[in-house]
Design a protein around this ligand. Structure first.
Ligand code: ATP
Length: 194
């Protein structure tokens, strides 16, 4: 079974594109959601996070998100340390999940697929792209957050130009191109390669 990465900068529309693939019967692994779940359920990971940031990282067993965010979004080094703990646990979880899937290929959706090195275990990568201003306004509307907080998150992600060099397919998710047509073209190719 082919393992395909689906990535793109914040607000590019990865989740929206993933939903189209899901409609075609493709199993989708949402890395951000799984990572959040593992940070609560994986005891080893939990204790590593407490060693890194202290007891305040959890509040009655739940991840103290505002505290963790305050640590990592203003400090790239701290974010890298957290990612270095989460990514091996996520990789293990993804491999176990793949064993349970029956779709012709699976999609692993991850915002920082290349940045975390998670692309290395995958057969191909799809990049979702959209103009920066559009991504910014989409996320500000979706999350009711300031432009500064979105820009800070964009800062720690690679540029689309850099990601494109390592991608096999690009989906342009602006307000002009048909996402469905682009998805169908890739889907048909992946199914025929299977
Ligand atoms: P993140 O990296 O933050 O998880 P993402 O890349 O998964 O973001 P989405 O959540 O899919 O992006 O999309 C961001 C917002 O933009 C959502 O509110 C979504 O509904 C909207 N959006 C995505 N694609 C389009 C589109 N083609 N036209 C209009 N709105 C869109």
């Amino acid at each position: 079974m082919l393992k395909i990465g689906l990535t793109g900068g914040i607000g590019s529309g990865k989740t929206t594109v993933a939903e189209v693939f899901a409609q075609l019967g493709i199993a989708i692994y949402l890395s951000d959601d799984r990572a959040k779940a593992l940070m609560v359920s994986d005891e080893e990971l939990k204790s590593d996070i407490i060693s890194l940031f202290g007891e305040e990282s959890y509040d009655v067993g739940q991840l103290n998100r505002p505290f963790i965010a305050s640590k990592v979004f203003s400090d790239k080094k701290e974010l890298e340390k957290l990612n270095a703990l989460v990514h091996p646990a996520l990789k293990k979880d993804f491999d176990l999940w793949c064993n349970e899937q029956t779709s012709p290929y699976v999609l692993k959706e991850a915002a920082i697929l290349f940045e975390s090195g998670a692309n290395k275990g995958l057969d191909k990568v799809i990049l979702v792209e959209a103009p920066k201003e559009m991504r910014l306004s989409r996320v500000m509307n979706r999350d009711s957050v300031s432009s500064d907080s979105v820009l800070a998150r964009m800062e720690v992600q690679w540029s689309d130009e850099r990601k494109k060099l390592l991608s096999d397919y690009v989906i342009l998710n602006d307000d002009k191109c048909s996402v469905l047509e682009q998805v169908l073209k890739i889907h048909n190719e992946l199914v025929s390669n299977d």
